[in-house]
Design a protein. Structure first.
Lengths: 316, 392
């Protein structure tokens, strides 16, 4: 048993599984953090919209630059996300349409345009395709040069880490910093926008900054893990956390915990789970991570201490 | 045959029996999607259909696995449709359950259900890929829709189901209209609002599962949302035709983009809310303001400098090229000045009157007040002038 554990966590683990797990966890937390505020502002589906819109942005960036390097792709995706947010506003005002419908209209249209771009232009030679956009390639983010846990201290080996890892780490730090620095403003404007405006917080600018942070998280995570995890992590861990506590700090804490559990457990179940049933194949890690986050949400819906609306509190 | 020719022949259903059937099926699908979507849109639940459509994926996967386990091919469309209907119904009920039982809002429930069901569906798809009979299942086509290589039996299934959905909308149109516009009133007339709501969502579900093969589950929601905001059933038809004309392209995105094109047209040209109509309204208003201000300047014998004002007055024959008022212009100016004076007096006499609050600075007073009110106002103006004259 112990021997099994040691081999399971040996050199092969570091090489094949450690980086995907770390990247998945970073992506999950980066999405869950802004997700908390989106959830409370009833904008949970903005994450959904943005992650659909990322595809046309990436395709457009590829068509313009002709390369698949990370920087133009991320710029393209970010630009597409901002265009989408502006378009949603325009459709809402122009058509006097409710926000949900405006959102649905914009993101499906942009996504359709992205798919069509992909199909009619000659992008088949490169590895952007719809499958990849949806599922990501978490399993392929392996660390070739790792020889064991010791490699974590070896600069030469560290230099060959998949580039998504440092990128996501930077994004996560940036988002964490944004939330930490604007904690008070975000909190007040989320719970009482009118009061926030009255005490001089620029609520619209702050709301836009939050959407930009969401877009950055979506784009960075999308590249590594695909859009399913992105959408699931924007909604599920914060929603589960909301059912655990009435305090925003604790909610954010819980959401980080849930996101981490989903990422690690999901990856392990996807990679090693089928083996327990005697199947030599692995299943989609991205899909499994989303599934685990859903199971956590169901559990908190059933047993979360603060699951009821105020006013219909469960008998204590 | 060029693309254009092919498009024309496909539009008139002459590009082969199969394309014709697919086009008719897509047209019927568009018809029922548009009309069902209209009710859902009016109930402000457009994005619930997004959860429904993503929730079809695990059903498709499970149906495939079950059918293979019973030794069949696994790609039998009615079976896949049944599976997707069951799993999206579960998804729909989950959204309802989360919203009702917990304090999470509907949008959070929608986001959670769509991402988790979709993720689980992807897990099942990877399982299927490893099954011996699953190598070429082609289930990925359900993501974005594809009519290439569609069997005639499948096209028939879609056409029949589309017709049934359209008939269902027709039967339920009255209670659904009532509930969509005024649920309280509908409840007092004995309509069961909750059941009708469920029926609406059931309709969205039917449209979704039929549309899976043609439009794909990611984009089917667009057909439920965009047409109600814009045009009606032509979009589905034209899109399928476009795609039939260019067989390599996935059907779904094209249909969605055509629908969006209709949205843009209606957003710009709709007579009531369209962008063009409001631009025209704005321009008309602007011209009236300029005309009025120009006439008032004439009455006060002030020179006019504003280019637009001069042009408007010139065209109406109120002033000559050198800026001097014509006879018509003098009469109109005098009338405008009198109107302005009457309004000013009316405001002083009746400061709280609702008629006066509605005054926009343009409407002639005759249109807002009765002749005896105006006579009263004129008398007051006369009095004011005589007292002023006496003081002087």
């Amino acid at each position: 048993m112990i021997d099994n554990l040691i081999t399971a966590l040996g050199a092969e683990f570091v090489q094949l599984s450690l980086t995907p797990i770390v990247i998945g966890t970073l992506a999950a937390i980066a999405c869950a953090l802004p997700g908390n505020f989106l959830l409370l502002r009833r904008q949970a589906l903005i994450g959904d919209a943005i992650s659909h819109v990322v595809l046309p942005g990436i395709v457009a960036a590829f068509l313009v630059t002709g390369t698949i390097t990370a920087v133009p792709m991320m710029l393209g995706a970010g630009a597409a996300a901002i265009i989408a947010v502006v378009m949603i506003e325009i459709v809402k005002r122009l058509g006097r349409v409710e926000p949900g419908a405006a959102m649905g209209l914009v993101f499906t249209t942009l996504f359709a345009a992205g798919v069509l771009f992909l199909e009619i232009t000659d992008t088949s030679s490169v590895h952007i395709d719809v499958q990849h956009a949806l599922l990501g390639n978490l399993e392929s983010l392996i660390w070739f040069d790792a020889e064991g846990w010791g490699s974590l201290l070896d600069p030469a080996a560290l230099a060959t880490l998949p580039p998504q890892l440092p990128r996501l780490a930077i994004v996560l730090v940036g988002i964490g910093l944004f939330i930490f620095l604007f904690w008070k403003e975000l909190k007040i404007s989320t719970f009482d926008a009118a009061f926030a405006g009255a005490i001089g917080i620029r609520t619209r600018a702050l709301g836009f900054a939050l959407v930009v942070a969401t877009a950055v998280a979506a784009v960075a995570a999308f590249d590594a893990v695909g859009s399913i995890i992105v959408i699931a992590m924007f909604v599920c861990p914060p929603a589960s956390a909301r059912l655990m506590t009435n305090q925003l700090v604790r909610q954010v804490g819980w959401s980080v915990v849930f996101a981490t559990i989903s990422a690690i457990l999901g990856y392990v179940l996807a990679g090693y789970g089928p083996g327990w049933f005697g199947s030599p194949y692995a299943v989609s890690a991205a899909g499994m991570i989303a599934t685990v986050s859903g199971v956590i949400l169901i559990l908190t819906c059933l047993f979360g201490p603060q699951r009821k609306r105020t006013g219909q509190q469960a008998e204590a | 045959m060029g693309f254009g020719d092919y498009f024309i022949s496909a539009l008139f259903l002459q590009a082969g029996y199969n394309s014709a059937l697919v086009a008719i099926g897509a047209g019927l699908l568009g018809l029922s999607a548009g009309s069902a979507g209209a009710f859902i849109f009016l109930r402000k639940r457009a994005l619930v259909s997004d959860a429904i459509s993503h929730a079809t994926l695990p059903g498709v996967g499970l149906a495939f696995i079950v059918m293979v386990a019973f030794g069949s091919d696994g790609r039998w469309l009615p079976g896949l449709i049944l599976g997707s209907a069951i799993s999206s119904a579960i998804g729909l009920l989950m959204v309802e359950w989360i919203t009702r039982k917990t304090r999470l809002t509907e949008d959070a429930a929608i986001g959670a259900v769509l991402s988790v069901f979709f993720g689980f569906g992807i897990v099942l798809l990877t399982v299927i890929q490893t099954m011996s009979s699953g190598r070429q299942a082609g289930l990925e086509n359900f993501l974005l829709g594809s009519t290439a290589g569609m069997l005639i039996s499948e096209a028939t299934t879609i056409a029949v189901a589309g017709a049934m959905a359209a008939g269902f909308v027709f039967l339920l149109r009255r209670p659904m209209t009532l509930v969509a516009f005024d649920p309280e009133y509908a409840a007092t007339t004995g309509v069961n609002v909750r059941n009708i709501d469920l029926a609406m969502m059931g309709l969205a579900l039917i449209v979704t599962v039929i549309g899976l093969k043609i439009v794909g589950l990611i984009l089917i929601v667009a057909l439920l949302i965009i047409p109600p905001v814009a045009a009606r059933f032509l979009s589905g038809y034209v899109g399928a035709v476009l795609s039939a004309a260019h067989a390599a392209l996935p059907t779904g995105p094209i249909i969605v983009l055509v629908a969006f094109g209709f949205f843009m047209i209606s957003a710009l040209f709709s007579p009531l809310r369209g962008g063009l109509a409001s631009a025209l309204r704005h321009q008309r208003f602007q011209r009236r303001v300029h005309r009025r201000q120009g006439l008032l300047s004439l009455a006060r014998r002030e020179p006019i400098y504003d280019g637009l004002t001069i042009r408007i007055l010139r065209r109406a024959g109120m002033i000559r090229a050198d800026g001097v008022a014509t006879a018509r212009g003098r009469i109109a100016a005098e009338k405008a000045a009198r109107d302005e004076a009457r309004w000013a007096m009316a405001r002083r006499m009746l400061p709280d009157d609702s008629t006066i609050e509605r005054y926009d600075g343009l409407t002639p007073i005759e249109r807002m007040m009765t002749p005896d009110q105006i006579a009263e106002i004129d008398r007051m103006i006369q009095n004011a002038q005589t007292t002023q004259g006496a003081k002087a």
